[in-house]
Design a binder for this molecule. Sequence first.
Ligand code: ZN
Length: 370
Amino acid sequence: MASDRIAYVYDPEYARVADRLPANLNRSSLVHGLVSAFGLLADPRVDVIKPPLAATSELKRFHSSDYVDFLCGLDERRSATRDANEDTDSAGDDDSDGVSTAASSDEDGLLDITYSARIRRRARYGLEHVIFTRTTPDGFCYVNDIVLATLAMRKAFDTILIIDCDLHHHCGVEAAFQHSEKVFTLSFHRHAPGFFPGTGSCEAVGRGKGKFYCLNVPLQTGLNDAHFHSVFRFTVDRVWDRFRPQAVVMQCGCDGMAQDPNREWNLTPAGLGAAVAAVKSRDVPTLFLGGGGYHHANAARCNTYLTSLICRSEPLDLHAEIPDHDYAGAYAPGHDLAVTAGNMQDENDPAYLEGVMAMVDQRLMHLEQD
Ligand SMILES: [Zn+2]
């Protein structure tokens, strides 16, 4: 049985760098501020862990040497350029500045803490969008922390299930493990012609030894909590019966929530929370990660609620009042934790979901049952 120990990875310097990601300016501080304001880190079972910087050799466990060397040289080149131009250019910060700092601090905390068998569940919220490859950045991120964390966890656990609930398909993660029968990749995502990143068809099932250890659950617009939960529970239950992971990595991107600028799905923290609770109830060591989420106040609300689910036996009330703290003004005018679903039509009707579930069963038939 897993212990109740929980590690939360945080460092002010890490947050300062993460806050500068152009797509998510200041989001890290907003999330951490709300998690702290609710007192979630004061629980005696929670250890707040400061991540050390990753070595470039650790980044190169997945990314190519040329790419990592280029990335890590950016700060130096920026600095040299700024020195040369300092008399003529006072335009202020450049978004690319700090890239290598971000890259080398983004995933390494995971590398260190995942070796500790004593720490059984982990919560961390940051930048880990899931769209990146070995040699080029894509989406909004520079290094693939999900892949690097999973590789580190494989030193302690033979089989790992990666579950991704972000609105977008986790193409970089899938590509990294498509040949592995030890890492099962499962992604729930919006899928349609022209929708970023374009991958994630249910036809992609892995390759070689990894064939059928990759499962994509493509979903339509308007996905609501009830339909998400039904397809999530069905699929995770079936995967668990066939794969029996020793550990889980769960990416909890919340860009599928109602009011997110993507305007594709209609989820609320309750829907994502039900998915987190279902995984937590499996009682295996789990690394919970953040992800997308571009309505920053709602991303903070959702991540805080999910953190309470992970850290406590009773989560926060979904309508809890926002405590007074430095960022309280960001939650006006509601000043509570609630994110309300909109009136978007859910195109994932019962017939569509039945088809998805039949596809899941059909794909998993290829794996031997325990
Ligand atoms: Zn996303």
